[in-house]
Design a protein. Structure first.
Length: 263
């Protein structure tokens, strides 16, 4: 017969990599696994990028975890088992950390949120802990939920530009009267046309400089870009990503985003 004392000794003897940790996390992607389970890709506050196997999500049982918790951009509070030697982790308990008022129900905001989560999947490829990056993403998602129409329209530009500050290829805002051309390959403004074709004209370069100076999404009210200008600038920014992120590829959410923002 196993006594409570024996059980306590067994728990204490468990390896540390099976300890339960409490962490916040932002869902980036969810894919079906088997008949009732899913694998959830989450950017966590404690462990960076992680994948979790969640059983019974698609089951009709009342005890099953609700699948709506794992929609892209969901901000969760989780109790997780973490084993650094494994690529697939487990969730013990999960609940909402922040409940959106609009993102899951507003077509435009949902399209922006899906663009954001796809972009994050393309640039975050390692599981390293980065508390500042997590805070930036969490704040960005919550600000998007509260944003008005004008801020929402410019949000992809703001997010994509400021995300680069957490990586080694950020754009340097040294635009001035002598340096009016943005060299996308070098990530800086220059005074003469580069010898390669990856640069912006003076008008587009000035617009990117203006966006780089914005410190908060609400500052997008200071801009006055047309729909065609926003679309053009976003394509330039993604070109910059493609130059600096290996195998960046194309953004599948971009056509949908462009169509929704054009309405």
């Amino acid at each position: 017969m196993i006594t409570r004392h024996d059980l306590q000794l067994y728990i204490l003897a468990l390896p540390s990599n099976l300890m339960v940790h409490t962490t916040k996390g932002i869902v980036l992607r969810t894919v079906s696994y088997g008949e009732t389970s899913v694998i959830v890709r989450v950017y966590t506050e404690l462990f960076g990028l992680q994948s979790y196997l969640v059983n019974g999500v698609r089951s009709a049982k009342k005890s099953a975890v609700k699948s709506n918790l794992f929609q892209p951009s969901s901000i969760l509070e989780m109790e997780v088992y973490h084993n650094e030697l494994k690529n697939l982790q487990r969730i013990k308990e999960v609940k909402w950390h922040y409940i959106y008022e609009h993102i899951f129900f507003n077509i435009t905001k949902n399209a922006v949120a899906l663009f954001i989560t796809e972009l994050l999947q393309k640039v975050i490829r390692q599981p390293e802990h980065h508390a500042d990056l997590y805070s930036f993403i969490e704040d960005a998602c919550m600000e998007l939920d509260k944003a008005d129409t004008k801020v929402t329209a410019g949000y992809p530009l703001f997010f994509a530009l400021h995300l680069t500050s957490f990586f080694g290829f950020r754009l340097r805002d040294d635009h001035d009267a002598q340096k009016k051309i943005l060299d996308l390959r070098e990530g800086e403004f220059v005074g003469e046309l580069p010898a390669h074709p990856c640069y912006l004209n003076e008008r587009a370069s000035a617009s990117i400089s203006q966006l780089l100076k914005l410190m908060h999404p609400g500052d997008l009210h200071q801009t006055d870009f047309s729909l065609s200008e926003r679309r053009e600038l976003l394509e330039y920014i993604l070109q910059f990503y493609a130059l600096h992120i290996q195998d960046f590829g194309t953004m599948k959410t971009l056509p949908v985003l462009q169509e929704v923002l054009a309405r």
